[in-house]
Design a protein around this ligand. Structure first.
Ligand code: MG
Length: 470
């Protein structure tokens, strides 16, 4: 050994839950769900209390995290008028976009994804087209398969017509469908098997593992052992399964001697729906909304020896920041030929006195700029097309209960400057504005659904019996 020891480049384990709310974890105040492993992760690392995803729904949130850009920047503001990608759409993340996985792979990392993708299900848009050596998981949400349909409600098919999603749910290995209508209760365990194998095969090369849970997106199929221990129904059981999966991954890192060399990030793609046991408490709103509960999510970072244990920060950080931050920490270089919205937050990880690099955070619903936060202040301009002007002091009033717009015209004027800059750069459908610095979504003209219904096919399950969709 020399005295100038070169530290190994860190591994990255990025865990992204689906629709897990701000108030769903013990370390964020939940009294309904037991999350001992996640709580321990927070005790050993840094808990962000003002961490944002860039969208309150799946596809744009995930595209933004992987590219470090606001959804409208990469054409992920809407998907031919839909808020997320649907099965068989000819749209997705083009290979002209450089994901964090591509950056790390090109820097010599082994890369593996397990779980939900939802950035395009056609060739050219898949994880293996975006820097992942291998992928095992679902191409989109777990409610987009053959599933029993309620006879009433917005997703009920009109009498005599086919359900909206009538093709079997595909389970994929790399770019191939290997199973249809898999047993969803078994999927997390199967993802873990793949992930553990990947970790054990790590060898000397640094690695990126992106573990994208199917939980807690409905429908919630859970194993009996988690259901038996849940005080919060299937939702609590799904959270318990997420917690168990983390426990397994951390145990593996420990036994492989990799714990100190691995950055573990735990977060969620958007807020909870706020029903069926989910919680965004104490925040207002839920998934699909630009109230805090839709986009402020749990985020914990553990990196023993570098990120001090047991810290919390109230500084604003975003999923987009993971892109330049992880790239920098892993010795990769982000592209300099395009706008990247994420900021390097290494200082927030290591320095108690560091402050957010963000002057403002933008809340887009599809192509519409609905709200802007700067410092403690958040202005709302609209909700799903209905205009309003409301101002909240998030430090004093995180639940957004008391509109103080009338008392602070100066603050509104300051926030309007940020809003105008956003509209010029990213566009705003509310004002028929087109952004000057946006890139197109990937588009193919001849998309083919990954699966089609064949009544003679030996599906594991011919039809999921739960009716929930979310
Ligand atoms: Mg989601």
């Amino acid at each position: 050994m020399t005295t100038t020891e070169t530290r190994r480049r860190p591994n990255v384990v990025l865990i992204n839950c689906d629709d897990l709310g701000y108030g769903d974890l013990g370390c964020y105040g939940s009294e309904r769900n037991a999350t001992p492993a996640i709580d321990r992760l927070a005790a050993d690392g840094l808990r962000f209390d003002n961490f944002y995803m860039a969208s309150p729904v799946c596809s744009p949130s995930r595209g933004a995290m992987l590219t470090g850009c606001y959804p409208p920047r990469i054409g992920f503001d809407s998907f031919d008028g839909l808020p997320v990608l649907f099965p068989g759409q000819g749209l997705g993340l083009p290979t002209s976009e450089v994901t964090i996985a591509t950056l790390l792979r090109d820097a010599g990392y082994r890369t593996q994804m397990v779980g939900k993708w939802h950035c395009g299900d056609q060739r050219g848009f898949l994880p293996t087209d975006h820097g992942f050596d291998h992928w095992f998981g679902l191409p989109y949400s777990n409610d987009m398969g053959r599933q029993a349909h309620p006879t009433e409600g917005p997703l009920a098919p009109p009498p005599g017509t086919e359900p909206f999603f009538s093709n079997p749910l595909p389970l994929m290995l790399d770019d191939a469908v290997i199973e249809q209508q898999p047993d969803q209760a078994a999927l997390t365990e199967r993802y873990l098997t793949e992930a553990v194998r990947f970790l054990r095969d790590a060898g000397d090369d640094p690695f990126l593992l992106y573990f994208a849970h199917l939980y807690v997106h409905v429908p919630l199929y859970v194993q009996p052992r988690f259901a038996a221990g849940s005080d919060n129904g299937p939702y609590g059981a799904a959270v318990a399964c997420i917690d168990w999966a983390l426990d397994v991954l951390l145990h593996e890192l420990e036994s492989l001697g990799l714990a100190d060399d691995t950055i573990v990030v735990f977060t969620s793609d958007n807020g909870s729906r706020g029903v069926d046991g989910g919680s965004n408490a104490p925040l207002r709103g839920a998934k699909t909304t630009t109230w805090e509960g839709g986009m402020r999510v749990p985020c914990i970072v553990r990196w023993p020896g570098t990120v001090a244990a047991g810290r919390t920060t109230a500084e604003v950080a975003t999923s987009m920041d993971l892109y330049p931050t992880l790239a920098g920490l892993c010795g990769a270089t982000i592209p300099d030929d395009r706008t990247i919205d994420g900021r390097d937050i290494t200082a927030l990880l290591t320095d108690d006195g560091a402050t957010t690099p963000h002057e403002a955070f933008l809340y887009y619903w599809m192509d519409q700029l609905e709200a802007v936060r700067a410092g403690r202040w958040k202005v709302h301009y609209a909700k799903h097309g209905a205009e309003r002007t409301e101002l909240y002091d998030l430090d004093a009033d995180p639940a957004e209960t008391t509109d103080v717009a009338a008392e602070h015209p100066d603050v509104l004027a300051d926030l309007a400057v940020h809003a105008e800059a956003a509209r010029a750069s990213l566009g705003d459908g509310l004002q028929a504005r087109t952004g000057a610095d946006v890139r197109p979504i990937g588009r193919i003209s001849d998309p083919v659904p990954l699966t089609t219904y064949d009544p003679d096919h030996p599906y594991y399950l011919a039809e999921y019996d739960l009716t929930d969709r979310g």
